[in-house]
Write a new protein. Structure first.
Lengths: 1124, 567
């Protein structure tokens, strides 16, 4: 690999050796209207082949032999301009922008650059300049809120963890809903990562392949949202396509060396809304013989209903005398940092260009011993014209990433969860964090005497269970363009992606002398390649007609490879418990999940044709047809469908051209109507079709040997309890889209409106069958999912003067993600569970995707007559109180599932899908200063919070304050022992039928309040009230399932371009300093209990639960870009 | 030149090709096979039917055993312990977890073999049916109607629904199938496939499967005695008139799954903390039953611990050591709730011993390795008895006593008691049961019962056969023998109403607030939602069962009765 990179460096450098000339002219090019500098303007010396381009800051440097040259400036979107040499070697040139709507160019399928005015579908592209305003180690996070029709949820495990991206809703009820990513022609299919359901181990999210993408090298990110836009990607395109184009080298003034340094600090500024008024226990302090305040070992570690914090001194459970004071969760987190360096070198001539860059991103997370992310990224791109016929464009990206100890999620090991869930705020964490090791023997403290708060395991594993993921990702692409005739070109493209992951788990033994250590090793080396050929004819057919047509083909293969997943057994060797190696286990190492495990192979070939024809620059009609040949639906015996057709058609009509010279329509600068229809699809999981219904070989079964002892026989048995379906079809999405793009007042105001209706058919689902037939599920090819919505982009330039400008952008997205139908007789399908399966997100016909149901919701009273028939009663519909089957302290709210057969026991609580998304991006520029502000919002959609539920049981949350004592509205009463208490609460509900008071009065249907007023029942102690409401055995999960809407102040950046006069003195071509703030605060949110609204534990399509999550983290820092 | 370039390119494209075979190959998982050897499926089915630790934990430890006074939770039974049940696991073993479909697949796999190889699997085919019949009976026993005649076929026909059969039909069909399976074994041509270790019951001895099948026919017939006496009697006559070598004759004929420790190592198999029950413990103590050390652990009151407790003032100074270490827990909630009993039996005393402290527990536990040989690092063989020779003897004793056949009950009773003691002795030896002390968690391996112990035991008046109380004795000994077959203990009580608080083995009366608790009689069932793919069939089956007035208030009523459990 090293040698290979070396070669590329040399090859690229050799391109820079171009001839020296006599005269040197430098200059800056600005937009005539806004004064903004313009990058990528071609500057040529008229009558020669000498040409350069302007750099990111609009400056150029050109040399010529010509004594009185005329310079020609051309740039996409601007009127060309010629400037004759006037004796000045440093010039400033202003260009007048063309009608931008007509000249805007975006990258579309297969990397074509197309004028947006000709596109029959909505398009949106984010440029490197926009990304650079507030960079993030995760490119998806930089896109959040900027795109219409796209929802992005940031990952919560740290810099490397996966973010979720969803374009125009969910199309499928199974598998990954991530769009296809195409980076310079390399197809990337990101995986779902991160824990989804509870398991009490070290769940972390190491993230998917997207963490290896380096923002510094990106020229543009283009989003193909609709099916007509993405149809050329066929079976991979159902969820949309994200096209990433990397930067090309170009000639500029100066050395062509750029240096970017970004330094950010990550501050955890807020946790959930916890109370710090009361400490551990449920009763006042006891006193010991010496008069010390002492703690109750059974209660004080766990419950937060104990004595008020009033500066008392106490004798802790381990005998230390210390002040009675809370430990604030937020104090556990440290300030993290993100450092990003990028050095790049670029140059070019008319016939060649190169760009080479090295980036390093180092992120140190906010948890102790955790979330450290270290990425090294090498990038080279070179282009060369060979003769008149060939153009070569080659790119290589190599990334090494090391990701250590992402924040653990969905388990007792998550810090926020651990600090809340049955751990009192009075625990002296500051002490225990430094005293959890068994100093005498090694290992961790344990047992009531040494570890009275039972913190040893959590702290030990936090500091001594190290997990890291090392990744290597190589992407290489070569495009060879052959100009066969002026109107006929052939593009051949070959690329590969090698993605190697190694995950190591090094758990230092927590037993005495470090016994019980563990080492786990996972290695997964994925390889895929793609070859593509495109023959394009493009011609002005007549004066009115211009058109192009392309035919092409490709082959794309994910290769099979072994996954190694092994672990030590029986602890690590006691002679060297610090040596983490598979051979250092006490017992032989073993494969974790059977063996062999493979990454399955998959082959997709395709042939296609596409083209367009334009009439008088006004009406463009486009078409595409792709025929996919896909291996995933072909059966081992050769039957099965493997050929699928994906067509699209579209039209764009620039009606403003008709009104061009009509008086009264001057206000309209541009008007486009567009319509398109496209078909995309989704294939099946590779190999799966040949697994179901057959037999799995591998491993052994233990048997008793006839005689004595245990021996083994080779294993073969059913692969699964799923029945096959040999005639599966691909999932198919048909989408039509209408839109308009209108610009007014000399392009000062623009609006782009899109309506789409996307229907996905033939869901490939495993659905339950009658287990008595000998299987639990079968494969079905059924159902319909609809996504229907609107996208609005609004942009305006309210102020545009030489010194000051204000750009105003708003985007708005409304998507209805409806499950139209499932299989006959199937009423729902589980998508994802929260709280075990107490709360489920389902697909249910006629409801939005992710319909949340729970039997653990509040039960509502229904009176009944003697025969059990429902009757009217004023108490009907009120929350029911009773004795839950799994235990509570007295009467509490009953769960719907435990109440009255015949009533709905599984309550619908709403959908996980948002009502709408909106974002606004404002840019202000004053001379060399610029200010960008981004606000984005998600409105609607349910979230389930384990932190909120279980953290409530012990009184950690501040909403558990009411009723605790007189000051907090507690009711006085005398308890069973004759002691006066003042922590009474009257639950707001009515008693279930059949409940009687101590004196035998029937309480059925009576409210607790009435019963209390009549002296039939005592108030419920506050701690029991809150615990019963939320604990494992009796808790109402609905209480912790809530709407999660927010408006976030996502980005603020303030930039300053050092004036040329100053920077040139510093021998710097350009210098820009930017102050950056990301994720600054929520302007509004409604998640309960201060739960982090963006704390989802995975990037799964239906993820809607958090379990611990992360605190609110804001990122503040600066960025310096210098061009030399 | 352009022409040449184009030709080269076209050539390249053609080389990639769209060959169908390359797509087929790309979609093939090399770890997948398209056929299976029948013996592997037989082993898979054998394991899956018995390895469900949810069945052990919920159904066995938390329901059947407490109801039948075979154990109690550590602090005794809760007030409503007979009112509701936990999920039952056995239904899943047969259907959802694959056990049944694997056993069924044995015969499908055999049918796909070519002759003459196919014929060499005739005995395995029959054996697989016998085991599947056992499990179907075991499920129907407490569930009533189940899918039997059409079950497991959908995997091959891709019919996703299946009709249910009534319990009467299931029992009759099983009986007929067992009969035909016996014929299948007997008529198999020479050169049968040697099952060896794939048969974890009889290790390939097909003749013993005939004995097992006959034992099962007898068991099913006895269930049907009240509801269909004629049919039951005819089956019994037919079975007992079989040649002697087709009936069990000693403990080597006992039908037992012998499994490696891994089969029951699942966490929910862990029986730690389950108490020895008072009624059985008392009976065994009073009569010096040598099985007591196999069934139960000793409590913590060794002489040493007793003296320490006394010296540390935890016991009364004039307390006297009694060497009685097997103390059972009260099954009746009123008893375990009684303050005096709670203080005496359910309260531990903490003493200092050596460097540490020790909680002295008055009560004995169930010997954990009887249910989980892997417990505490054990490596013995797990016995899971289906029908033992002792079961067979005691069935014949009961049948003889009741005059269903002409057997003299006494010798069958005595043989049954001896066989039971010896069976448990072998189980303990092979399973490496330990003579546990509660406080140490480890001990010596228990000794097998000696002949002297057995002889002495048989001489006890309560044990020595006495025709006047003969049936009571047969049932009492059957009940003790069923300690490791809780479902049979349950069926025995449902069938005979015995043992009770007046029988030789004197059980506790289960009282809560003075009223007697009735133990459940069947598994809870729930009508699935109408959207369930098999709703029609299930609904029909449930409706049919509900036409029996004894079925209870609804499918979920565990106090209701299935067909055979006639009042």
């Amino acid at each position: 690999m090293k040698r290979f990179l070396c070669f590329w460096w040399l090859a690229a450098l050799s391109l820079t050796c171009f001839a020296q000339e006599q005269k040197t002219i430098t200059g800056t090019i600005r937009d005539e209207a806004t004064g903004n500098s313009i990058p990528a303007v071609t500057v040529a010396v008229k009558g020669t082949k000498v040409a350069v381009g302007t750099d990111a800051t609009g400056t150029f440097r050109i040399r010529t032999n010509n004594a009185n040259p005329t310079l020609v400036f051309t740039s996409v979107g601007y009127e060309p301009k010629e400037v004759a040499y006037s004796g000045t070697d440093a010039i400033t040139v202003s260009l007048k922008s063309k009608n931008s709507a007509l000249t805007e160019v975006v990258v579309t399928a297969f990397g074509q650059r197309q004028a947006t005015s000709k596109l029959p579908y909505a398009s949106q592209q984010i440029s490197s300049a926009e990304l650079a305003k507030a960079p993030s180690p995760n490119v998806l996070n930089s896109l959040q809120g900027k795109l219409s029709g796209v929802r992005i949820d940031q990952g919560t495990g740290g810099a490397g963890s996966s973010s979720r991206i969803r374009i125009r809703g969910n199309t499928s009820l199974s598998g990954n809903q991530s769009p296809l990513f195409v980076i310079d022609g390399v197809l990337i299919k990101p995986e779902v990562t991160g824990p989804e359901t509870w398991s009490d181990n070290n769940n972390v999210d190491f993230g998917n392949i997207l963490k290896n993408i380096n923002e510094d090298d990106i020229e543009s990110v283009s989003v193909l949202k609709g099916s007509a836009a993405s149809a050329l990607y066929g079976s991979g395109a159902q969820n949309g396509v994200i096209l990433i184009t990397t930067k090309k080298g170009r000639a500029g003034s100066g050395l062509g060396v750029s240096l970017n340094v970004t330094q950010m600090w990550d501050k955890a500024y807020k946790g959930p809304d916890l109370q710090y008024e009361y400490g551990g226990g449920i009763a006042p302090f006891q006193k010991d013989a010496d008069g010390n305040n002492i703690l109750d070992p059974d209660w004080s570690p766990y419950y937060d209903f104990g004595p008020k914090y009033e500066g008392q001194m106490i004798k802790d459970l381990d005998g230390r005398i210390r002040p009675w004071a809370p430990y604030k969760v937020i104090d556990y987190f440290k300030t993290g940092s993100q450092t990003d360096y990028n050095v790049s070198m670029q140059g070019g001539t008319e016939r060649s260009s190169f760009r080479a860059s090295y980036s390093k991103n180092l992120t140190d997370g906010i948890i102790p011993n955790g979330a450290r992310f270290d990425r090294n990224n090498f990038f080279i791109r070179g282009t060369q014209k060979i003769g008149k016929i060939f153009d070569i464009d080659a790119t290589i990206t190599y990334t090494q990433t090391k990701n250590k100890n992402p924040i653990r999620q969905v388990s007792n090991y998550n810090p926020i969860f651990r600090f809340n869930y049955y751990r009192a705020s009075s625990i002296d964490w500051n002490y225990w964090i430094n005293n959890f090791t068994n100093k005498a023997n090694g290992g961790r403290i344990s047992g009531a005497a040494d570890d009275p708060y039972n913190l040893g395991l959590f702290l030990w594993s936090t500091y001594n269970n190290n997990q890291s993921s090392d990744e290597d990702n190589l992407r290489a692409n070569v495009d060879l363009t052959t100009h066969i005739t002026p109107w006929l070109t052939l593009l051949t493209r070959g690329n590969l992606s090698n993605y190697n992951t190694k995950i190591e788990k090094k758990f230092l033994g927590d037993g005495a002398n470090y016994t019980n250590g563990y080492y786990g090793l996972y290695i997964n080396d994925r390889k895929s390649y793609r070859f593509q050929g495109l023959l394009t004819a493009s011609k002005q057919i007549s004066s009115d007609f211009q058109g192009s047509i392309t035919v092409g083909a490709e082959t794309n293969k994910d290769q099979r490879n072994d996954i190694i997943d092994m672990q030590t057994n029986g602890g690590l060797n006691p002679t060297n418990p610090f040596y983490f190696n598979l051979n250092n286990g006490i017992n032989p190492p073993s494969f974790i999940a059977g063996h062999p495990i493979y990454n399955p192979s998959k082959l997709t070939d395709a042939i296609y044709t596409y083209g367009d024809i334009t009439w008088r620059d006004m009406l463009t009609v486009t078409y595409s047809v792709r025929n996919d040949y896909n291996s995933t639906l072909i059966v081992a015996n050769g039957t099965g469908d493997y050929s699928f057709v994906y067509p699209s058609v579209g039209a764009s009509f620039i009606f403003s051209n008709l009104l061009k010279d009509k008086p009264g329509f001057n206000f309209l600068s541009f008007g486009q109507l567009r319509a398109s229809y496209g078909v995309t699809g989704k294939d099946y999981d590779p190999w799966k079709l040949n697994q179901v219904g057959n037999y799995a070989i591998g491993g052994t079964d233990e048997v008793v040997n006839n005689g004595a002892g245990v021996t083994t026989v080779p294993h073969i048995g059913f692969t699964s309890a799923t029945l096959p379906n040999k005639s599966l079809k691909n999932e198919k999405t048909k989408e039509y889209e209408f839109g308009t793009n209108l610009r007014f007042f000399d392009n000062r105001l623009g609006i782009d409106f899109t309506y789409y209706n996307k229907n996905t058919y033939n869901q490939i689902l495993e659905l339950p069958v009658s287990p008595e037939i000998g299987a639990n599920t079968a494969l079905f090819n059924v159902g319909q999912i609809r996504n229907q919505g609107i996208e609005i982009l609004l942009n305006a330039v309210p102020v545009r003067t030489k010194n000051f400008s204000w750009n105003f952008n708003v985007n708005f997205t409304r998507n209805h993600n409806t499950v139209v139908s499932l299989a006959d007789g199937v009423t729902s399908r589980d998508l994802l569970d929260a709280f075990g399966n107490d709360v489920r997100a389902l697909a249910e016909p006629d409801k939005e995707y992710g319909a949340v149901y729970s039997k653990y919701s509040f039960a509502y009273y229904q009176a009944r007559d003697a025969n059990g028939n429902p009757i009217d009663n004023p108490s009907n519909g009120k929350r029911v109180l009773g004795s839950p089957p799994n235990g509570s302290d007295g009467y509490t709210f009953l769960r719907a599932g435990d109440y009255a057969a015949g009533l709905s026991q599984d309550h619908y609580l709403g959908t996980i899908m948002e009502k709408f998304l909106a974002g606004t991006y404002q840019t202000f520029r004053y001379k060399d200063f610029s200010l960008n502000v981004q606000v984005d919002a998600k409105v609607g959609g349910l979230m389930a919070s384990g932190t909120h539920q279980y953290g409530s049981s012990n009184g950690a949350f501040s909403f558990t304050l009411p009723g605790r004592d007189k000051d907090h509205g507690g009711i006085e009463y005398t308890d069973g022992n004759g002691v006066k208490q003042e922590d009474g609460i009257i639950p707001d509900g009515v008693f279930a039928d059949g409940i009687t008071s101590a004196n035998g009065t029937d309480l059925g249907g009576m409210s607790y309040k009435d019963a209390y007023d009549q002296g039939l029942i005592a108030p419920k102690p506050a701690w029991q009230y809150y615990e019963d409401l939320t604990q494992w055995s009796s808790g109402i999960r609905e209480f912790s399932v809530f709407e999660n809407s927010w408006v976030a102040l996502r980005e603020v950046s303030f930039g300053y371009n050092l004036p040329k006069s100053v920077s040139s003195k510093l021998k710097i071509n350009n210098l820009r300093v930017t102050l950056i703030g990301r994720n600054l605060t929520y302007l509004w949110k409604n998640a309960k209990g201060g739960i982090n609204p963006e704390g989802l534990s995975s990037n799964g399509p239906a993820a809607f639960a958090e379990y611990g999550g992360v605190p609110y983290v804001r990122n503040i820092g600066f960025s310096i870009n210098a061009d030399f | 030149m352009f022409k040449n370039i184009i030709i080269v390119y076209i050539g390249c494209f053609l080389l990639w090709g769209c060959e169908k075979s390359s797509f087929v190959n790309a979609n093939i998982d090399p770890t997948v096979a398209y056929s299976v050897n029948p013996e592997s499926q037989f082993l898979n089915g054998s394991k899956h039917i018995f390895s469900n630790d949810f069945e052990a934990y919920y159904e066995t430890y938390r329901d059947i055993m407490p109801w039948l006074q075979l154990t109690t939770p550590s602090a005794g039974n809760s007030k409503n312990f007979t009112a509701s049940s936990n999920p039952f696991g056995r239904y899943d073993n047969l259907y959802g977890r694959g056990g049944g479909s694997e056993l069924y697949d044995v015969n499908v796999a055999i049918s796909k073999l070519e002759s003459p190889k196919k014929e060499t699997y005739q005995q395995l085919g029959a054996i697989a049916r016998i085991l599947l019949d056992y499990e179907a009976f075991y499920v129907s026993d407490i569930y009533g109607s189940i899918a039997y005649t059409e079950a497991f076929k959908g995997r091959y026909t891709l019919e996703f629904t299946v009709p249910f059969d009534s319990q009467q039909d299931v029992f009759n069909a099983i009986d007929a199938d067992l009969k035909s399976a016996i014929q299948g074994i007997k008529t198999a041509p020479a050169g049968q496939f040697a099952l060896g270790n794939y048969d974890q019951f009889y290790f390939g001895d097909a003749s013993k499967w005939i004995k097992a099948a006959n034992g099962l026919r007898l068991r099913i017939a006895m269930r049907m005695m009240k509801v269909d006496n004629a049919k039951a009697s005819s089956i019994i006559q037919e079975v007992l008139s079989s040649p002697a070598d087709e009936l069990m004759s000693d403990n080597t004929d006992s039908w037992t799954l012998k499994a490696p420790p891994s089969l029951t190592s699942g966490g929910n198999f862990n029986p730690d903390g389950l108490r020895a029950p008072k009624a059985i413990a008392d009976f065994m103590v009073n009569n010096n039953d040598p099985r007591i050390r196999i069934y139960f652990t000793k409590n913590s009151y060794s002489l040493e611990n007793f003296n320490l407790a006394k010296a540390q003032g935890k016991l009364n100074a004039n307390a006297v050591f009694v060497d009685q270490r097997y103390i059972g827990s009260f099954a009746s909630p009123d008893a375990s709730d009684d303050a005096a009993i709670e203080a005496q039996y359910y309260t531990t005393k903490q003493i200092t011993k050596g460097a540490g402290t020790l909680n002295l527990d008055t009560l004995s536990n169930i010997n954990p390795r009887i249910y989980q040989v892997a417990f505490n690092g054990g490596t013995g063989t797990q016995y899971i008895p289906l029908i033992t020779y002792a079961d067979y003897c005691l069935m014949r004793a009961e049948l003889g006593f009741n005059g269903i056949n002409s057997d003299d009950p006494e010798p069958w009773y005595t043989k049954g008691v001896i066989a039971s003691i010896e069976y448990y002795g072998k189980m303990a030896q092979d399973g490496m049961f330990l003579d546990y002390y509660l406080e140490t968690g480890a001990g010596l391996q228990v000794a097998a019962p000696t002949q002297t112990e057995i002889d002495n035991y048989l001489e006890n008046p309560a044990v020595k056969f006495d025709l006047a109380i003969g049936l009571d004795q047969i049932i009492s000994q059957s009940f003790i023998n069923f300690f490791k077959e809780p479902n049979e203990a349950w069926a025995l009580v449902k069938r005979t109403g015995k043992p009770d608080n007046t029988s030789t083995l004197q059980m506790e009366k289960l009282l809560y607030n003075g009223s007697e608790l009735q133990i459940p009689r069947r598994a809870p069932r729930n009508l699935p939602p109408t959207s369930d793919i098999n709703f029609e069939n299930i609904n029909a089956a449930f409706t049919e069962m509900q036409s029996n007035p004894d079925y209870g208030s609804g499918p979920a009523d565990i106090s209701g009765r299935v067909w055979w459990d006639k009042k």
